[in-house]
Design a binder for this molecule. Sequence first.
Ligand code: SIN
Length: 527
Amino acid sequence: MQENTDVLILGSGIAGLSAALELAPHVTVTLITKRAATDSNTNWAQGGIAAVVGDDDSFDEHVDNTMVAGDGLNHRDAVEMIVAEGPAAIERLRAVGVAFATDLAREGGHTRRRVLHATDITGREIQRALLERVQAHPNVRVVEHHVAIDLIRRSKSAQAHSLGERIVGAYVLDEATGAVKTFAARAVILATGGSGKVYLYTTNPDVATGDGVAMAYRARAKVANMEFFQFHPTCLYHPTAKSFLISEALRGEGGVLRRIDGTPFMDGVHPMKSLAPRDIVARAIDMELKRTGDDHVVLDLTHLDGHMMAARFPTILGTVKGFGIDFRTTPIPVVPAAHYQCGGVVTDLFGRCSVQGLYAVGEVAHTGLHGANRLASNSLLEGAVMGSRAARACRDELVGVSAPPEIVPWQPGYARPSGERVVVSHSWDEIRRTMWNYVGIVRATARLERAHRRLALLESEILEDWWKHHVTRDGIELRNIAQVGRLIVEGALRRQESRGLHYTVDFPDRDDESQLRDTVLWRGPHR
Ligand code: SIN
């Protein structure tokens, strides 16, 4: 069964919802999300959204902080544009009902207070407001529990009308029925978020399986800088806690990182101490853990005003109290965990990818904003700015694009139901462990090569299974994390220097002479 729409959006975080809102008055939009519409990285964002709104702030200073964090690899045009469009994006969010607090927070790498927040549930508040508007719009259809399998690419030779070679939709698994549906569109916007689940320990929710990068790469779009994976320095360390982020905003209020024995260790590392850029803090913690043999460090807030901290961070306090830790009296045990994919599908400043008809916005995209390391709270900003901007470009482009074509339905071939789900979970675990052990915060060429060999073998076994069995959500996600893991390793092997989030003991210095470039990975043109 083929379902037609003008624009197909995959993903329901800030970028996808901003795009849908901008397009809705002009064209029909189908927004597909693989679980409930609220299951997104956006929903989990605690810290906030960075923008120049304070009287003491300037665009130049926000640009400068972003470039310093990015370690020289940011695209200045992207940084300047996104920072300059920040205040307008904030106004759009306020206009749809996002209730930001009146004060501004500070996070790592920012020299000013410039992070707008809604206590410590900023992402949830943004998602709530945007989703309410999107769901109420008659031109938008939100389809939940549908998992995109692959983008559909119509090549020049195969088409009989004026579309040219471009993306014309996606095959999508309906989880309730197991049927694979064809969604045909005049343009597709990827807003599928990141890929934290590629690593064993992550702050990301279960949906972050790199689906957009994997699908775009398979559809022969260019992907860049996947080696730059950001590890957040402070994820709660507790045997029964799953992926709970301890926001950097706590350090913005004066929280201090210490060893278990109470010694502060960031003083000699960076002038901003515990509030240094994330790559530096995460590496310092990694070094401390290796040196001392401890399994965590602590974030100490006990010297701060307990009333103020409880009012400002009610969700974090409530959650850690659930694990028996009252941060007003006891330091929080923390470890670094995979947090943010700084590379992604290559786009221009309008979200356009290297394949026609395809746009990418938010964490799935590589606009050049983040360079080698993302500045805290620049991601919601990028999602809001680029979601709207890509939607406007897409709307203009659609004037010259005809209705979706007839598409050959998904061919299941001789696939049969999968008998052994345990094989999927074993491969899933092996990939994530391999990435954690060999492609983590501190890298070495020999370990990257070992990871490459293991992932290549796993990927070939996964693909063999893929063609034999009916598609399932687990199978789709497994194929995607295997693909994205390999892209991260390939990027890391190609970058023979240490810069930002990519640190390798074999090339410990930054090399501006031969490595000041993006690592672009591409399967080549369609044949
Ligand atoms: C945090 O609250 O520490 C996360 C913010 C971000 O990743 O930008």
